[in-house]
Design a protein around this ligand. Structure first.
Ligand code: HDE
Length: 680
């Protein structure tokens, strides 16, 4: 009889500890444990002679190095992850029997990997793209993976088209350009010829595709899933993650500059926030539809190009996830983690969404090639926290040492164990949905409306968001070389809005479509980021200070810090800067090592003794922040500089002339951006 492990014997963190090793203060050895006396010189026949074959140390070291890379993910190659925990607000037993969704006092360990989709592993992070938002819940009933994106709909309706979509968006094969960008002919040719993509393209051209931070974006399960309760009753469900800091974006010019200045911008932000104790938080939301109401909507709930408008089907917030621990080793954890939408627990089941159905095949298949064999579930990051037993054996990299001769079912020699568990005892049983039909390769008529929700999205945007969408289309199509593809896309998006299509046509030299938009009959305010939570916490402010700064700067900085704002001093060199009253400030960045785009706001202090070069550098920061609609503050000499440059008295620019400077600057920072500013 197999030894019994108590369920949840170890927390995920304790489990991972077993595999960690600290090499400091240890003797250097080979992988066989042989202590080495020398590690800098290969074994040679004479000091100037050839290297010898018998140098087993050289060969082991070099062989290992030669094999250090594994194939990158075909999509979502560029990613970053963190550990955390999930806490439930109230029991969800009404909807599901999943154990981790029953008891609010249980904390479920999680591991979340965020990613871009199209770029290679080394590509920049602020590119225009959807972001992956994959969560592994280590529950006492096994791992549950919610493998979502930051956009609630997808480009295609059937998984069989995924290779085509990805081939079209990846760099073009003849010259492998462009990297991590959809602004090229093959992507837009795909869009125009696969018009089911219209809705997601609208999201991709919106600010959602250039998030300010991984901590400030929503997550969506995309597909319709099923929750099943202990009585066997099922409900359709869509999953959401809502960031506690609100949903915020960069502007496109800024995103492009950051790609060069700091290609690691998003991972650095996530890593530093966790190191600083500013733990990213997301609330889990669910939308529920009764099974009886499956056909009550003007869209098919199985169609992954459709969302459920929150105004019609409210999002109930059911719990909170907090990311509170960085990984110890990116390869071992972030790279080797293997997600799969098919990793479910009792009480969570699938729908017949044809995109989801295809994903249920693809994810295991991809891990086999990526992680080199069928034993990837044994890697520390992928191990469940509950015991697992079955008759699977052997294969590359097998770590478990299964004892005894029996590895088959049914048997008598091991009393027919490991044994299946009935549903009443926690065994997974698939929801017994009734299905009937002919074998067909076709798509349901109910999937044929590609434009209504794309229009709903457009109609729900603020004027600024609409302008950004028009600019994004104009940029992307402006990079497309084929006139025919450009025109096809303009004609296609006339089905969404003629205002949009006309302006894009104008920008790219295409023929504008005829006609006018129909009057707006429906919008969904929840889709606009304008409605989002606005908080100052964790916002980074570049404080530009020179020697001989005056006034109560340290006091202002303290007030900002009390609001969770992070002022960072920027100056000419890394020498401390000194105030006229003898106070000193440590400088974190120089004009050489940082840039306005890397901050949420700029605060110009300067000083009367600062030279012309300093003033110019400070104004470059302020000017760039101004153009990116960012909050700008100025006190002391900084006020004069901004005035002389004509940057004062605009929305979101707060100067020391106001008596409420600190409060107003904090308010301006909370607003994120000041779109009503006149930027030429
Ligand atoms: Fe994925 N997707 N996908 N996807 N996906 C992968 O699996 C696939 C889709 C998503 O951080 C791959 O392990 C197909 C939708 C995320 O490790 C691969 C289809 C959504 C991640 C794969 C889709 C996603 C992946 C590549 C169409 C949002 C990164 C590496 C049917 C709901 C997970 C891997 C991580 C990764 C296949 C569509 C999200 C090849 C066939 C829709 C977040 O298996």
């Amino acid at each position: 009889m197999t030894k019994k492990h108590p369920v949840n014997e170890k927390s995920k963190q304790e489990q991972l500890e077993q595999f960690k090793t600290d090499d400091r203060n240890q003797a250097l050895t080979t992988n066989q444990g042989l202590k080495l006396s020398e590690d800098e010189f290969s074994l040679k026949a004479g000091e100037r002679g050839p290297t010898l074959m018998e140098d087993f140390h050289f060969r082991e070291k070099m062989t290992h190095f030669d094999h250090e890379r594994i194939p990158e993910r075909i999509v979502h190659a560029r990613g970053f992850a963190a550990h955390g925990e999930f806490e439930l607000y109230d029991s969800l037993s009404e909807y599901t029997k999943a154990k981790f969704l029953q008891n609010p006092s249980v904390k479920t360990p999680v591991f979340v990997r965020f990613s871009t989709v199209a770029g290679s592993k080394g590509s920049a992070e602020t590119v225009r793209d959807a972001r992956g938002f994959a969560t592994k819940f280590y529950t006492e009933e096994g791992n549950y993976d919610l493998v979502g994106n930051n956009i609630p709909v997808f480009f295609i309706q059937d998984a069989i088209k995924f290779p085509d979509l990805i081939h079209a968006v990846k760099p073009e094969p003849h010259n492998e350009m462009p990297q991590a960008a959809s602004a090229h002919d093959t992507f837009w040719d795909f869009v125009a010829n696969n018009q089911e993509s219209a809705h997601m393209v609208m999201w991709s051209m919106s600010d959602r595709a250039i998030p300010r931070s991984l901590r400030m974006m929503e997550g969506f399960g995309v597909h319709t899933f099923r929750l099943v309760n202990a009585e066997g009753k099922a409900h359709f469900v869509k999953f959401h993650w809502k960031p506690v800091l609100g949903t915020h974006s960069l502007v496109w010019d800024e995103a492009q500059t950051i790609s060069g200045k700091d290609p690691d911008f998003h991972r650095r932000d996530l890593w530093e926030s966790i190191e600083n104790g500013d733990y990213p938080e997301y609330e889990l939301g669910i939308q529920i539809i009764d099974e009886e109401d499956e056909f009550k909507f003007d869209f098919d709930i199985l169609d992954p190009t459709k969302l459920w408008p929150e105004e019609d089907i409210p999002v109930k917030l059911v719990g909170k996830m907090t990311l509170n621990r960085n990984v110890d080793n990116v390869f071992a954890e972030t790279e080797q983690v293997a997600f799969h939408p098919g990793h479910v627990v009792p009480g969570i089941d699938f729908s017949n969404d044809p995109l989801l159905q295809g994903r249920l095949f693809s994810y295991t298949d991809t891990q086999l090639i990526r992680l080199g064999g069928p034993n990837f579930h044994e890697l520390p990051i992928n191990r469940p926290v509950c015991p697992f037993h079955n008759n699977q054996r052997d294969g590359y990299g097998r770590q478990t040492i299964n004892k005894g001769p029996v590895s088959y079912h049914r048997n008598s020699l091991a009393a027919n164990t490991p044994a299946p568990v009935p549903e009443s005892g926690g065994g997974y049983a698939h929801y017994q949905e009734k299905v009937e039909g002919r074998k067909v390769r076709s798509r349901s008529e109910s999937f044929k409306d590609h434009f209504s929700q794309a229009t709903l999205f457009w109609n729900s945007m603020s004027d600024t968001e609409k302008e950004h969408i028009i600019s994004a289309f104009s940029f992307e199509l402006g990079k497309v070389k084929s006139k025919s593809v450009q025109q096809q896309v303009v004609d296609m998006f006339a089905n969404v809005s003629t205002v949009l299509a006309k302006q894009v046509a104008q920008a790219i030299g295409a023929t504008p479509p005829p006609g006018e938009d129909a009057p707006v009959t429906k919008s969904s305010p929840a889709l606009s980021q304008e409605q989002t939570i606005k908080k100052p916490n964790t916002r980074k402010v570049a404080v530009i200070v020179a020697n001989d700064f005056s006034g109560d700067l340290p006091q202002v900085l303290n007030s900002l810090k009390q609001q969770g704002i992070q002022p960072e001093i920027v100056s000419t060199t890394l020498q401390n800067v000194k105030g006229t009253d003898g106070s000193e400030l440590e400088v974190q960045h120089t004009f050489l090592t940082s840039d306005s785009v890397l901050f949420d706001a700029v605060y110009v202090v300067g000083s009367a003794s600062a030279d012309e070069k300093f003033r110019k550098e400070a104004l470059t920061f302020a000017q760039e922040a101004f153009e990116h609609f960012k909050p700008i503050g100025a006190t002391d000499e900084g006020v004069k500089w901004l005035k002389a440059a004509g940057l004062d008295s605009s929305p979101g620019v707060v100067t020391g002339e106001t008596t409420r400077f600190t409060d107003e600057f904090i308010e301006a920072i909370s607003a994120h951006r000041h779109w009503n500013r006149h930027v030429i």
